[in-house]
Design a protein around this ligand. Sequence first.
Ligand SMILES: *[C@@H]1O[C@H](CO)[C@@H](O)[C@H](O)[C@H]1NC(C)=O
Ligand SMILES: *[C@@H]1O[C@H](CO)[C@@H](O)[C@H](O)[C@H]1NC(C)=O
Ligand SMILES: *[C@@H]1O[C@H](CO)[C@@H](O)[C@H](O)[C@H]1NC(C)=O
Length: 190
Amino acid sequence: MAASSASSSCTLRYFSTLIITLSLALNTRCAPSEPAEFEVGGEHGWRVPDNNDTWFYTRWAADNRFHVGDSLSFVYHNDSVMVVEKYAYYHCNTSKPIYVFRDEGKTLIKLDRAGPFYFISGNSEHCKEGQRLEVDVMSDAPPHPIVMPPSSPAAPAPAPSSAFAVAESLPLALFAFFTAGLARLFASHH
Ligand SMILES: *[C@@H]1O[C@H](CO)[C@@H](O)[C@H](O)[C@H]1NC(C)=O
Ligand SMILES: *[C@@H]1O[C@H](CO)[C@@H](O)[C@H](O)[C@H]1NC(C)=O
Ligand SMILES: *[C@@H]1O[C@H](CO)[C@@H](O)[C@H](O)[C@H]1NC(C)=O
């Protein structure tokens, strides 16, 4: 019993590793070369989230991938956008913003470096109700550097080239698999 559960968790780990490897490969291949412009909050725009949904902008950010050179478009009325430090973001403190934008309509902000950016509404009540956004901008340096803690024993990280190999050979493997299945089916009918 213990052995079988250990082996199934091992299988699970194998598959999740495979999936991660595949998604790394796909991500790398589909990395946009053109800068993108993201409309913050989608159709909702930049305003207090509905229904006390204070995680609204966190989810929106998690659903997107931001690269250096992309821009964020904030669409709002009778409100503002502040670029702030992390501390001010967490405390909705509007007293010392890095930048303040009070455009009636739309503010376009370019993500000109990698790392975290913090935005809040200039109205701290709005911020506390969830109108704040953190985005993490990925550097476009060599594909997905895998940072290993120095103390951990050498667990080999999947090299990008082997990830490519998996992505390239997968369709071929699937094709071979289905062809073999068809051949067997065909043979069994004769
Ligand atoms: C939002 O939360 C407040 C209390 O925190 C509650 O009184 C109000 O009904 C909530 N509104 C909605 C739309 O859920
Ligand atoms: C604009 O916002 C301020 C404070 O948030 C509020 O007092 C005012 O009524 C608003 N004006 C309009 C036209 O919505
Ligand atoms: C906001 O931050 C400033 C320092 O930058 C501090 O003096 C002030 O007390 C803070 N305000 C609130 C409401 O936390």
